[in-house]
Design a protein around this ligand. Sequence first.
Ligand code: PHE
Length: 344
Amino acid sequence: MKQQLESILNSALAEIEVAKTSEDIENIKLNYLSRKGTLNSIKKNLKDLSVEDKRIVGSLANEVAQTLESKLAEKSSEIYRIELAAKLESEKIDVTLTGSAHQVGRVNPLTSTINEIVEIFQGLGFSVMANENSPECETEYVNFDMLNFPPDHPAKDMQDTFYTNVAPNVILRSQTSGAQIREMFTSKPPIRVICPGRVYRCESVSARKNNLFHQIEGLLIDNNITFGDLKGVLNEFIRIYFGEARPTRFRNSFFPFTEPSAEVDVQCIMCGGKGCRVCSGTGWLEILGAGMVDVNVLKNVGIDPEVYSGFAFGMGVERLAMLKYAIDDIRLFFNNDVRFLKQF
Ligand code: PHE
């Protein structure tokens, strides 16, 4: 048995000597030192020996095991070092190589224009209407009827309004003014809100018109509100938005839901009022529609017109962005051409 142990030791040492990988080391451990390994099978036979021999062979077996363990540990740390060096070498990266550049995205000019306008009105005491009061898919009832449009109004015609097949009276809103109705139904005066959002019109697309565009609606209802308040708010807005007090013109106009109504022009940004291609020679550019909320509309939503009055306005975001950034084609906002978008 002593000889057997010695030959086990020698063959194990020889195997350790030529081991090259940590896997080799594991195999040697398994073959010689594990529960099912060679050394253990020797120990199992000890029971057949005399007490004296048991002691001698037993301690020899332990010695062999210790020797093997320490040799294995030595060899495995050597192999670890070699393997690590090889791994480091093979996974080496050149940190001086130039990286690939990432394109940084930008805020779309329409979004930044909306944000800017919203901030101006917030500064004037308006807050942004809750989203649930401003659905893009709207009923004819809210978009037209409650806003005092007579049943046969041409704006309801198929040419202007997108009808859906959700239900006969469900449309894509043609204006954000319906949000006024929803707001007045759900809150009591004083009301001071703005509502930015998408609107849809069934029109042929051109440099000036798109099927989809954005409006910002404003509504203010309180005691003793006059047209003077409307002019003051809008003039202040124009001054802040264009960075200077531009000449404005409140032109008499008509909307079913406001009386009196006005369309507001600013002096042409391009020609300073002399007349050019952009303002079609008039020297003026229309930027919004506005007026005092019609008594019929107040009655429709249960607000007493003897106690309260107010004004509303609606402006086209694309229009305002085009004027500010001298953009001459509305389609540029929607084509996703990075050469255009990169400029903002
Ligand atoms: N909704 C009108 C339009 O789309 C604009 C408007 C809003 C006019 C509010 C008056 C008051 O043309």
